[in-house]
Design a protein around this ligand. Structure first.
Ligand SMILES: *Cc1c(COP(=O)(O)O)cnc(C)c1O
Length: 368
């Protein structure tokens, strides 16, 4: 039976105004032989780890609700990072925690401060949560953070939360710890350090050890990158227990399912066995960077992550031709402010990187 009126539903006119214009995220990836577009770990994991994860998945009781707080996983993560269970909150990927943090601490009059070019989800989630965003642009050439401008912005009365990414996606550089020190010493803002890629910089680069003495510092981590578990959806926050409790209070209680919790426990328990995989990616990163530097017209930046940002003439066309003629997928950033003619290339396996370098050498010559 038809309703009162058969005209098309005006959803845009009905939604919460802050949400108008949002669209589903569907990257519509063309299936490719080599996918270096999403910073996933394409290296095979040691059989001991995949076996342990498989056994963990098989042993799950799917008729039971998950532990809403994922306490088993929190305990393993807490031991790893030398903190207490109460300092750790698990989420359905780092993305869910980013949303929850903006939902918790943002809102009208509670500004988010970011240093773009950075991860586009920060501004997206801020907008959904009606949170004003103050941008302190990075140096256009080196992508270094303008620390004085950042501290000044974070001193504003409405500055609620600063998010910095270390290493930064998509520029690859680390945040100098002195910047975090100044934010904590000179401002009252909360500081979220997004360490999604920190394993590729060496564990010493992490500031997770600062959380215990700095209640306004929060560190975000994920199993999506170094652990090779992007499909599992497990991220976590290391923060002050009061922050953890607040975020815990507003989160979707069953967002971390039993499979994810169980498999993540197996992976985190065996994390030391993953060290050779990370070391191999780091070695490949150096080889890829050297190879790219040898291609005329290609500019690249040093990276502490598992990807490289490159700039070259006709980047968008190069990206399309890599996909269509070589079946290699990389990420186009040339539309993004400050990243004209830039592509982001995930470090792949040795044969993947060789294929990419061969293809780029040909395309760089043709597009020059
Ligand atoms: C990948 C990524 C995350 C988290 O990803 P999840 O898969 O949701 O855990 C967070 N921040 C940055 C900068 C990332 O690149």
């Amino acid at each position: 039976m038809a309703g009162r009126d058969a005209s098309p539903l005006d959803v845009t006119g009905r939604v919460r105004p802050a949400l108008a214009g949002f669209e589903p995220y569907d990257p519509a990836f063309t299936p490719c032989r080599i996918n270096l577009s999403a910073n996933e770990n394409t290296h095979p994991l040691p059989a001991s780890v995949t076996e342990a994860m498989r056994a963990a998945a098989v042993s799950c009781a799917l008729n039971r609700y998950p532990d809403p707080m994922a306490n088993g996983l929190r305990d393993l993560l807490a031991v790893w990072h030398g903190v207490k269970r109460g300092n750790v909150m698990v989420g359905n990927g780092g993305d869910e925690l980013l949303f929850n943090l903006l939902f918790t601490f943002g809102g009208p009059g509670h500004a988010l401060i970011t240093c773009p070019p950075d991860f586009s989800e920060y501004a997206n989630f801020a907008k959904m949560c009606e949170t004003p965003v103050v941008t302190v642009w990075r140096d256009p050439v080196t992508f270094e953070i303008d620390v004085d401008a950042l501290v000044a912005a974070a001193k504003a009365d409405d500055a609620a939360l600063v998010i910095l990414t270390s290493p930064n996606n998509p520029t690859g550089n680390l945040v100098d710890p002195s910047i975090i020190r100044r934010l904590l010493d000179e401002t009252d803002a909360l500081v979220l350090l997004d360490e999604a890629y920190i394993e590729f910089s060496g564990e010493d680069a992490s500031l997770v050890g600062w959380v215990a003495d700095n209640p306004r510092l929060m560190v975000l981590r994920t199993l999506s990158k170094a652990f090779g578990l992007a499909g599992l959806r497990v991220g976590y926050l290391v923060a002050d227990p009061d922050v953890v409790n607040m975020v815990g209070a507003i989160r979707q209680i069953y967002s971390e399912d039993v499979l994810a919790q169980s498999v993540a426990c197996a992976a985190v328990s065996r994390r030391r066995e993953l060290a050779p995989v990370v070391a191999d990616i780091v070695a490949e990163r150096a080889r890829l960077e050297a190879g790219l530097a040898g291609i005329k017209g290609v500019e690249t930046w040093p990276s502490a992550a598992n990807f490289l940002l490159v700039r070259m003439p006709g980047a968008s066309r190069v990206r399309a031709r890599l996909r269509d003629e070589f079946s290699i997928l990389v990420r186009d950033f040339s539309y993004a402010p400050g990243l004209e003619n830039c592509l982001r290339i995930t470090v792949g396996t040795r044969p993947e990187n060789d294929a990419l370098l061969d293809a780029l050498a040909i395309l760089a010559r043709e597009e020059a």
